[in-house]
Design a protein. Structure first.
Length: 291
């Protein structure tokens, strides 16, 4: 298909896992009613963002994938005829956990999962405590409506991840995300951080000649110390913002994308043609020094 309607759900979350899943399911229904064929949910949408602390009790939030949440969402996908991209806390085995996104096709079929490759460890983002780095490699999923690539939050900062996923045939890149501002932080720093975040992802769209859809959560968490900045957006293959969501409000938005435009962008600015793959071996080093 040349044209596909993609939707995203930017929402606030609570400590009620079942309530968050029900809320997300209702938002998917709203997106489908607006014509969405592919709907992307934000990172770890079934809970509050629990990585602000290192707390062993939070491992109880995890579940197998496939598992209860994917079972529920598969029914929604089949009923509505939509593809669902669902970011979940995966319990792979006792003591082994991942930050994982499942992809469900429009007939409800489970297409597979992507495990987050880049795991951050920063104040209020202690993800290394919870998540083992992904070991499935980069992934694309051939859905009913498009071949899509999925990366997760901290993956956003790595052009290598976007490039490899694009080289695997992704027609659209989706980034489920949870990122925000400390409420003690000044506004100028907030603006600078958001602009850096968005610019980085727009650059992936330009470098690879494909659309990028980034979906963030919104609202105050951590007893008001963290404001998740929303600002979900869709970029065309030249980095032009087709839509940007509010920093304040929940939103369900649907945008039609013409993925056939990739060929035009890639032939007019032929970055793919001119890649010097023979010269890139040093990128596999941690740092290029005498050692």
């Amino acid at each position: 298909m040349s044209k596909v309607k993609v939707g995203f759900v930017q929402m606030s979350c609570s400590g009620d896992k079942a309530g968050n899943l029900a809320k997300a399911s209702q938002q998917i229904r709203e997106a489908a009613a607006k014509g969405a064929q592919i709907v992307c949910l934000q990172e770890l949408f079934t809970s509050l963002y629990f990585c602000d602390v290192e707390d062993y009790d939070n491992f109880s939030l995890a579940e197998p994938i496939p598992g209860p949440s994917t079972d529920s969402l598969q029914k929604v996908a089949a009923e509505l005829g939509v593809v669902i991209i669902a970011s979940l806390f995966e319990k792979r085995a006792q003591g082994l956990y991942h930050n994982t996104t499942a992809v469900l096709d429009a007939d409800g079929a489970y297409l597979g999962k992507y495990r987050k490759m880049h795991i951050p460890d920063d104040p209020a983002y202690y993800e290394k405590f919870y998540f083992t780095p992904g070991d499935l490699g980069y992934k694309v999923f051939k859905t009913k409506f498009a071949t899509i690539g999925v990366l997760i939050c901290w993956d956003q900062w790595y052009p290598e991840a976007a490039r490899i996923t694009a080289l695997m045939g992704a027609e659209i890149l989706f980034y489920p995300t949870a990122i925000g501002w400390a409420t003690s932080q000044d506004e100028a720093t907030n603006v600078e951080q958001y602009n850096a975040w968005q610019t980085m992802q727009r650059s992936h769209a330009v470098a690879n000649g494909i659309h990028v859809v980034s979906v963030n959560r919104v609202g105050f968490e951590q007893e008001g110390r963290m404001k998740f900045w929303g600002g979900s957006f869709i970029s065309n293959p030249f980095g032009t913002i087709m839509y940007q969501a509010s920093h304040e409000n929940e939103e369900v938005y649907v945008q039609e994308l013409d993925i056939a435009l990739t060929d035009r962008y890639r032939t007019h600015w032929p970055f793919m043609r001119d890649r010097r793959i023979d010269s890139y071996a040093p990128i596999t080093k941690r740092y290029i020094d005498e050692a």
